[in-house]
Design a protein around this ligand. Structure first.
Ligand code: ADP
Ligand code: MG
Length: 648
C-alpha cells in the first residue's frame, strides 16, 4: 500500500492497432492522468475519440502499446494474467453500454459470477447477490433472465454485478447509452450514490449532461486529453474505497467449485440438448457395443465350457476318419481297444455306438439318437438315472434288450406315462424294455437336444440294432487331468504304430476349451479396437461441438474474464462441460448396453455382464472428454478479454 501514489496513474499511454501487414493506426497519443481513490471522474469525448480504448486499458482488459500504468504504485505491465484477473475481480466493476449479461443465466446468477471467481461460499454469494439486487429495486426479479428484463433493469443488474466483490472502482462505459432518459437518470442517481459512499467512479460518456454528474471531467479528443477540471479532494469516505493490496494475488483463495461448474455445464448442455445427443451418439454406441459384445462373448464362452465340461474334461475322444475317401480307414477295432487299455495314462476305455433310428411307443414314433455304450458310461459322463436304473455289465454281455431314456425323449414319447420304467418301446424293429430315465443334461449345457436319446448296451447296439462291430467313437478316460496332453500323444503313437496310417481323429475337451479361450482373447483385442475407434469418433464429435461452443460463447468468456475469471477458471469450465457431456454419454451407453444385454437374455442368449468392463468403458468415455475437450477449453482460456468482449 503506497500512500504517496494515486490509485491510478497513467504516463504517456499510447495505443495503436494494426501493424505488420495491416495499416498501423494510433488511437491514443500519449495520455497522462492521475485518479485518486474516491474520485468521481467523467471521461468525455466524441464517438471514436478513444474513450472505450482508454477504459479497457484502465480496467486491465487491454494493454497499452507504450507508456506506463501504475495501479496503487504497482506497474501493471509487471503483472501476469492471473494478477490482472485478480485486479479485475477485486478492484474493478465494469458497467457496459450493452450490459453484457450472460443470457442463459438469471439476474441473480449473473450478479454472483464475480464472487464465484473470488471463492465466496455458495450461501454467502446468493445472499449478497439478492441483497444487492433488492437494494437496486430488483428484489422481485432475482430469477428473471436478461431477456425478460428491460434495458434499465439489465443495467441495474450489471451495476449489482460490478458491486458484488466490492466494486471499489466502477468503470462505466456509456452506462446510459442504450437507455431511455428515465432509466438513464436512475442509473446516474445510483452512480452518484455509490460515489457518495466512497466508490471511485470512472464514467465514460459522449454526453456533456451525463458528464456533468461527475465531480471531475476529463475531455479527450482524437486520443489526447484536451481538458481536465482537476481532482477534487474529498475529506471523508474515501477510506472505505481504499484498496487493500495486502492480499497476495495469484495465491488464490479460489477452491474449485466443481458442483457450480457442473451446474453451469448442465444448463448449457440442456439448452443445446439436440446437438449434445447427436454428439454423444458415437460415445453411446461405443460404450454400449463394447459392453454388449463382451457380455455375449463371455456368456457364449461360459456356455461352451459348460457344454464341453458337462460330460467331464478328462476324456480323449477317438473316432475313425471315415469322411475322407482318400484314407482307406480301418476303423477302431476291438483289438485296438485292448491295446489302449494297456496304456498307463488311460484308466478306462469306453466304446460307443452312435446312430439314428425310429423309436416307437404305442402310436408315437420319433426319429432319435441311439447310443450304444457300456455300464460305465453313467459314471464317466456323470450322467446318473433319476428313475429306475442303468444297465449293468452283465446286460452288456448278455446282449440284453434294455434301454435307458433321455429325459426329454421320455416326456415326448410317453407324455401320459407317469413312470416309463417297465414299458416296452421299439428301436428300429427290436423291442426294448425301458429300465431307467436319465437326469437332464440340457439344463447344464444349455442345449436341450442332448436329452433326446436312447442308451442301450454296446453289444446289443452293435449286433442287434446296427449290425456293425466297430465303435463309432471311443471315449478314453484319463486318470490325471495334468497328463491329458501326454496321454493324447501316447494314444496317437499307439494307434499310428498299429494302423501305419493316421485314419483316426483325436479330440479332447480340455483342448477345445483352450482353443475357445484363444478365440476369446482375439475377440477381446477386436473389442478393444472397436472401443478405441468409437470413442475416438465420439471424442472428435465432442471436440467439434466444444469448438463451436467456444466460438458461440466468446462474448460470455469475455464477460467472465472482465468479472475476474482467470484463464484456469475458463479452462476448467469448458473442460467440465466436455467431461460432463462424455460422462452423460458414458452413462447412457452403459444403460443402453445393459438394456440390450437384458433383452438378449430374454431372447435366450447366454449373456454375462462384466462389472470391470462396464466401469472401464465408462471411465474411457470420461477420459475422452478430458482429452478431446482440452484443446477447445484451452482455446477459450487463451482468449484476449477485449477481443472476446467485442465479439458479437
Ligand atoms: P469511443 O469509445 O470513444 O467511441 P473507441 O475507443 O471505441 O472510441 O475507438 C476509438 C477508435 O479506435 C475508433 O476509430 C475505432 O475504430 C478504433 N478501434 C477500436 N478498436 C479497434 C480494434 N480492435 N482494431 C482497430 N481499430 C479499433
Ligand atoms: Mg466507446
Amino acid at each position: 500500500m503506497s500512500e504517496s501514489w494515486p490509485l491510478i496513474s497513467l504516463r504517456d499511454i499510447r495505443k495503436h492497432y494494426g501493424g505488420g501487414d495491416k495499416p498501423r493506426v494510433e488511437i491514443l497519443h500519449g495520455i497522462s492522468l492521475d485518479i485518486h481513490a474516491g474520485e468521481f471522474v467523467a471521461i468525455m469525448g466524441a464517438s471514436g475519440s478513444g474513450k472505450s480504448t482508454l477504459m479497457n486499458i484502465l480496467g486491465c482488459l487491454d494493454k497499452p502499446s507504450a507508456g506506463s500504468y501504475r495501479f496503487a504504485g504497482r506497474n501493471v505491465a509487471d503483472m501476469d494474467a492471473d494478477e490482472l484477473a485478480w485486479l479485475r475481480r477485486e478492484a474493478f466493476g465494469f458497467v457496459f453500454q450493452g450490459y453484457h449479461l450472460i443470457a442463459t443465466e438469471t439476474a441473480q446468477e449473473n450478479v454472483e459470477i464475480p464472487a464465484l471467481y473470488a471463492g465466496m461460499s455458495e450461501h454467502e454469494r446468493a445472499e449478497r447477490a439478492s441483497a444487492l439486487l433488492t437494494r437496486l429495486g430488483l428484489g422481485e426479479r432475482l430469477h428473471y433472465r436478461p431477456k425478460q428484463l428491460s434495458g434499465g433493469q439489465q443495467q441495474r443488474v450489471s451495476i449489482a454485478r460490478a458491486l458484488m466483490n466490492g466494486g471499489r472502482i466502477i468503470l462505466a462505459d456509456e452506462p446510459t447509452g442504450a437507455l431511455d432518459s428515465r432509466s438513464g437518470e436512475e442509473v446516474m442517481r445510483l452512480l452518484n450514490e455509490l460515489a457518495d459512499a466512497g466508490h471511485t467512479i470512472i464514467l465514460i460518456t459522449h454526453d456533456r449532461d451525463v458528464a456533468a454528474n461527475a465531480r471531475r471531467v476529463i475531455e479527450i479528443r482524437d486520443g489526447n486529453v484536451i481538458s481536465d477540471t482537476g481532482p477534487v479532494q474529498r475529506e471523508a469516505g474515501s477510506e472505505t474505497a481504499e484498496l487493500r493490496l495486502d492480499h497476495q494475488p495469484g495465491q488464490s483463495q479460489w477452491r474449485g467449485d466443481v458442483l457450480e461448474a457442473c451446474r453451469a455445464a448442465w444448463r448449457v448442455m440442456w439448452v443445446n440438448r439436440f446437438r449434445t445427443v447427436l454428439t454423444l451418439l458415437g460415445i453411446i454406441i461405443g460404450v454400449a457395443s463394447v459392453i454388449v459384445m463382451l457380455a455375449v462373448g463371455m456368456g457364449t464362452k461360459e456356455r461352451v465350457v459348460a457344454e464341453l465340461g458337462a460330460f467331464g474334461t478328462n476324456h480323449i475322444y477317438v473316432s475313425p476318419k471315415r469322411e475322407s475317401s482318400r484314407v482307406p480307414g480301418r476303423g477302431i477295432s476291438m483289438s485296438d481297444l485292448e491295446a489302449l487299455e494297456d496304456l498307463p495314462q488311460i484308466t478306462y476305455v469306453l466304446p460307443n455306438f452312435s446312430g439314428s433310428k425310429v423309436v416307437r411307443y404305442g402310436n408315437e414314433d420319433v426319429q432319435t439318437r441311439i447310443k450304444g455304450s457300456r455300464a460305465a458310461m453313467s459314471r464317466m459322463l456323470s450322467w446318473p438315472v433319476v428313475t429306475g436304473s442303468f444297465f449293468t455289465e452283465e446286460d452288456d454281455r448278455n446282449m440284453a434288450t434294455v434301454a435307458v431314456l433321455g429325459s426329454r425323449l421320455a416326456s415326448n414319447l410317453m407324455p401320459d406315462v407317469e413312470n416309463p420304467v417297465g414299458e416296452t418301446i421299439l428301436v428300429g424293429n427290436v423291442p426294448f424294455q425301458v429300465i431307467g430315465v436319465l437326469g437332464s443334461k440340457g439344463t447344464v449345457t444349455g442345449d436341450e437336444g442332448v436329452d433326446d436319446l436312447v442308451v442301450i448296451p454296446y453289444s446289443t447296439a452293435s449286433l442287434r440294432v446296427f449290425g456293425e462291430r466297430d465303435p463309432s467313437y471311443v471315449t478314453l478316460e484319463v486318470g490325471d487331468m495334468k497328463q491329458i496332453d501326454a496321454a493324447a500323444k501316447a494314444v496317437d503313437d499307439l494307434l499310428f504304430s498299429r494302423h501305419q496310417i493316421r485314419d483316426f481323429n483325436l479330440e479332447n475337451a480340455a483342448a477345445w476349451i483352450a482353443a475357445q479361450a484363444k478365440t476369446q482373447d482375439s475377440m477381446g483385442v477386436m473389442l478393444a479396437l472397436i472401443a478405441v475407434i468409437s470413442l475416438g469418433v465420439g471424442g472428435i464429435g465432442v471436440m467439434n461441438v466444444m469448438l463451436m461452443t467456444v466460438r458461440e460463447r466468446t462474448r460470455e468468456i469475455g464477460i467472465r474474464m472482465a468479472t475476474g475469471a482467470r484463464q484456469r477458471d475458463i479452462l476448467q469450465q469448458f473442460l467440465t462441460e466436455a467431461v460432463l457431456v462424455t460422462t452423460v454419454g458414458g452413462v447412457t451407453g452403459v444403460i443402453l448396453g445393459l438394456s440390450i444385454g437384458v433383452a438378449l437374455v430374454l431372447l435366450g442368449m447366454p449373456v454375462i455382464f462384466s462389472l470391470s468392463a462396464i466401469i472401464s468403458a465408462f471411465f474411457c468415455s470420461v477420459i475422452t472428454g478430458l482429452v478431446f475437450g482440452f484443446m477447445p477449453a484451452r482455446q477459450a482460456a487463451k482468449l484476449d478479454p477485449v477481443v472476446a468482449l467485442a465479439n458479437e
